[in-house]
Structures are given as structure tokens and as C-alpha cells.
Design a protein around this ligand. Structure first.
Ligand code: NDP
Length: 310
């Protein structure tokens, strides 16, 4: 463990521990739903091709689902599959009442338009929250009832960590660094709904360090290793580092060794911030836990059962 991790241990937001607790609550909810309603939440995971990183993600998602009592079925398809064949599979999963959540692992091979596939998923089963209907429901604040938004897993997990650390976020100044559809934009929507004053920054933003220094809450999702410096952070701010970047970390024994770092210079940031998520062990474990939560939420909504409050 680095010196700064020891020195500022109380500033570390332990996403791994929070995610473990969440997964236990999900497991308990699944048992309760099964006992009370005879309903077994299930997740279908579709993997096209043999991208090694995607294979690891899919395996981890399947294991986590099963550990929480959620039935997970993998559908592994050849990299050369046509878009039509993939859409046929999605249609059959949409029509299968025993399947409550559908996740198509991205990226997809070049011959397939990811937007066409995502928009073919029944919005009620879209546990990634990427379908335009769910994007629209989130943007319009449709967050409860049978037609509530399915919220993308990573920003959902970030909001849980923020509320766990800060309680009510009302009135706080939030800066979201990054405007992707899967992290930055939905994160900004969730923070707006939580009554933060939100700025979305991106590659064309001027005076980025100054903009970041305004933040009581800084969410970094840029995919640039350790880009956010210690002096970009307002003293006491809460920093959520979404980035997962693999960088060389050669040792005498292993010159090719790599390690994971976030989008924030952790050692510099933790000396200034009020709290910060580490990489690894921060946001990453929350993403998978929230996928499980979304699957249970989807199963409940599809069957008219009250959704657990996570
Ligand atoms: P994208 O590449 O889709 O988006 C990156 C965003 O960062 C864009 O909006 C881009 O701006 C902005 N950006 C890039 N470079 C700069 C720069 N130099 N200055 C300011 N803004 C910049 O990435 P994702 O949102 O998909 O992912 C972001 C990071 O989060 C990655 O490291 C990814 O691996 C990680 N991630 C982690 C997850 C987890 O579970 N922990 C889940 C998902 C992602 P512009 O729009 O102008 O191009």
C-alpha cells in the first residue's frame, strides 16, 4: 500500500467494500422475491467474438450474478455473425418471459451497428440503460413507476458512493469530466436530479483545471491516465475516479508488467481531497453490482412487484 493510502486512509471511498455490501443486499432481495413471488430474476449476456477483455467482463458478470442468486445465461456468438442473426437472438430474448435483463457486451464487430442492436432490446430489459427510451426517461426525470428509466450502471454506482459519503447532495457544485453516453452524460443527469449544480467538461473545455477547481464533487471519466492533478482539486472535494487505464509498470523481474491507474493522479489528489475513490477498488466493483441491481429491478417491474430500494 502506498504511503498516501496509509496516511489518508479515512479519505478513501472503498467501492469494493460498498459493492460487496450491495451484492449481499441484492442476494437477500433475490431470496425474498423468490420466496414471496416464486420469481427468479435472470440475466442474458450476449458476447460476440472472442475479444479477451470482453470475455473476462462477461465471465465476471456471470459469476457475480450467480453469487447473488440471479440466473445468468451466456450467449456466445461467432465474430462473423451477421447483424440480422444477432437481432434475431435479441428478439427471442425480448419475447422470453423468463429473461428479465439483456446485456449485449460492447464493442461489437465492425459489420454490426451497435445502436441498431441496443435499440432492438426491449427497454424494460435494457439493464445497461443504453436504449434511447431509457436515455430519454432519465433525461426527463422519469425515475419511478413501471416505466421508469433503467439507469446506466457506472453512473448509478457513482451516485450511490457519493450519497453514502455525503448524504444529501443538494446545492453542491459538481463537475463531470467527460461527456460519453455511458458515463459522463448520465452522470450529469443523476447529479442534476440530486440538486447539484452541474458542469460537464470535455476535450474542448477551456481552462479545465480552473473548471475542476470549482467542484465540490469531481467525477473524472476521460480515459486519460492520471490527467487530473492535485492542484485541479478544491480542498475537501469528493473525487470519483471512473477511469480505468493500463500503464506500463516494469519491474526487474517483469519488464512488461502493467498496472491500472485512474484518470486522477491519486497520490497528489488524496492529499487535497476530502474523499476519493481508488483505482482499482473504487467505481469498477460498483458497476457490476449495479448491473445486478438493475436486473432485479427489471424483474420486479416486469412482474408488478415493488422494486427494492438499494
Ligand atoms: P469515452 O472515450 O467514451 O469518453 C471520454 C470523454 O472524455 C469524452 O467526452 C472526451 O471529450 C473527454 N476527454 C478525452 N480527453 C480529454 C481531455 N484531454 N480533456 C478533457 N476531456 C477529455 O470514455 P468513457 O466515458 O467510456 O470512459 C471513460 C473512462 O472510464 C475510461 O478510462 C474507461 O475505461 C472508464 N470506464 C470505467 C468504468 C468502470 O466500471 N469503472 C465503466 C466505463 C468506463 P470529447 O467528448 O470532447 O471527445
Amino acid at each position: 500500500m502506498s504511503d498516501s493510502k496509509v496516511r489518508f486512509a479515512d479519505r478513501i471511498i472503498d467501492g469494493k467494500a460498498f459493492a460487496e455490501g450491495l451484492r449481499e443486499r441484492i442476494g437477500a432481495a433475490v431470496s425474498g422475491i423468490e420466496a414471496a413471488h416464486g420469481l427468479a430474476p435472470s440475466l442474458a449476456v450476449v458476447l460476440v467474438g472472442d475479444d479477451p477483455a470482453s470475455q473476462i467482463y462477461v465471465r465476471n458478470k456471470g459469476r457475480a450474478a450467480e453469487a447473488a442468486g440471479i440466473a445468468a445465461a451466456d450467449h456466445r456468438l461467432d465474430a462473423a455473425i451477421s447483424q440480422e442473426e444477432l437481432l434475431t437472438l435479441v428478439a427471442s430474448l425480448n419475447n422470453d418471459a423468463m429473461v428479465h435483463g439483456i446485456l449485449v457486451q460492447l464493442p461489437l464487430p465492425d459489420q454490426i451497428d451497435p445502436a441498431a442492436v441496443i435499440d432492438a432490446i426491449d427497454p424494460a430489459k435494457d439493464v445497461d440503460g443504453f436504449h434511447v427510451v431509457n436515455v430519454g426517461r432519465l433525461a426527463s426525470g422519469q425515475m419511478s413507476g413501471p416505466n421508469a428509466a433503467m439507469v446506466p450502471c457506472t453512473p448509478l454506482g457513482c451516485r450511490m458512493l457519493l450519497e453514502d459519503r455525503l448524504g444529501d447532495l443538494t446545492g453542491l457544485e459538481a463537475v463531470v469530466l467527460g461527456r460519453s453516453n455511458i458515463v459522463g452524460k448520465p452522470m450529469a443527469q443523476l447529479l442534476t436530479q440530486a440538486n447539484c449544480t452541474v458542469t460537464v467538461a470535455h476535450s474542448k473545455t477551456r481552462d479545465l483545471p480552473d473548471v475542476c477547481r470549482r467542484a465540490d464533487i469531481l467525477v473524472a471519466a476521460v480515459g486519460r491516465p492520471q490527467m487530473v492533478q492535485g492542484d485541479w482539486i478544491k480542498p475537501g472535494a469528493v473525487v470519483i475516479d471512473v477511469g480505468i487505464n493500463r500503464v506500463p509498470a516494469p519491474t526487474g523481474d517483469d519488464p512488461d508488467k502493467m498496472r491500472l491507474v485512474g484518470d486522477v493522479d491519486f497520490d497528489a489528489a488524496i492529499a487535497v481531497a476530502g474523499a476519493i475513490t481508488p483505482v482499482p477498488g473504487g467505481v469498477g466493483p460498483m458497476t457490476i453490482a449495479c448491473l445486478l441491481a438493475n436486473t432485479v429491478t427489471a424483474a420486479c417491474r416486469q412482474n408488478g412487484i415493488d422494486t427494492p430500494a438499494w
